[in-house]
Write a protein that binds this ligand. Structure first.
Ligand code: ADP
Ligand code: MG
Length: 217
């Protein structure tokens, strides 16, 4: 097998594991004809997926932390990449964990996307592999300030706002109260399951909502 990245999946039934493998293959197909890169599934067995190895030296949240004046086109493209996934098939394909720490630049500055399944702390949830893309889009926006770090985000409101506006320009259409509410619940659940306190989770949620508010229109 070519150089690969080996990922272990524990606490899934065999059926769920097979579904994850198929889903990873669909994500690859969704981006195959695009400028975006995601690792191909090379093989799988016994709770292990072998992904194509990608050389991904620059994680977007880290790049952004170091340079708050990062080119906003990057965020527009991050929006376009998500839209490609959501529009790719008839079965409502979603990424599952669309956050900045799963998006990278390679040395040619292509955007690379990895880790296409819900965080393992919240367990298997099919509705985040195939479901309402708007929920995933809101979840991405809710996470944006936390990815930068709330202190840095609040000290640089303009930069976060610009990132969100650029993302929305790329994603095109986002709206609806119902998916926002679902995203809020999901955000809170993931944060609590990741070990953060009620207070911390609530603060991050409110800050996320604040930025969604200031980036409207
Ligand atoms: N296909 C890949 N090629 C090279 N490195 C990878 C690949 N997938 C993941 N990685 C590296 O491993 C890290 C964790 O991978 P990820 O799939 O995001 O796991 P987790 O579920 O722990 O977030 C990434 O931040 C990246 O540095
Ligand atoms: Mg990850």
């Amino acid at each position: 097998m070519d150089r690969h990245f080996k990922k272990h999946f524990e606490n899934y039934t065999q059926g769920q594991f097979f579904e994850l493998v198929g889903h990873s293959e669909e994500i690859w197909k969704a981006l195959e004809q695009s400028e975006f890169i995601t690792p191909r599934v090379l093989g799988s067995s016994d709770g292990i997926i072998y992904y194509e190895y990608l050389d991904i030296p620059f994680r977007i949240d880290e790049v952004w932390k170091k340079d708050l004046d990062i080119d906003p086109v990057i965020f527009k493209k991050i929006g376009e990449m998500l839209l490609l996934i959501h529009n790719s098939s008839l079965d409502s394909l979603m990424h599952g964990d669309y956050v900045l720490h799963n998006i990278f630049l390679n040395s040619s500055e292509d955007l690379c996307l990895i880790d296409c399944h819900p965080p393992e702390v919240v367990g298997y949830d099919r509705s985040f592999l195939y479901g309402d893309g708007q929920i995933e889009t809101y979840l991405f926006l809710l996470n944006l300030a936390s990815s930068l770090g709330v202190k840095l985000a609040l000290a640089n409101i303009k930069s976060v706002r610009l990132a969100m506006l650029s993302f929305r320009r790329g994603y095109d259409s986002i709206g609806g109260l119902r998916p926002l509410v679902s995203a809020i619940i999901r955000f809170y659940k993931i944060r609590r399951a990741s070990g953060y306190s009620d207070f911390n989770s609530l603060m991050h949620l409110l800050i996320g909502l604040f930025f969604i508010g200031v980036s409207r229109g």
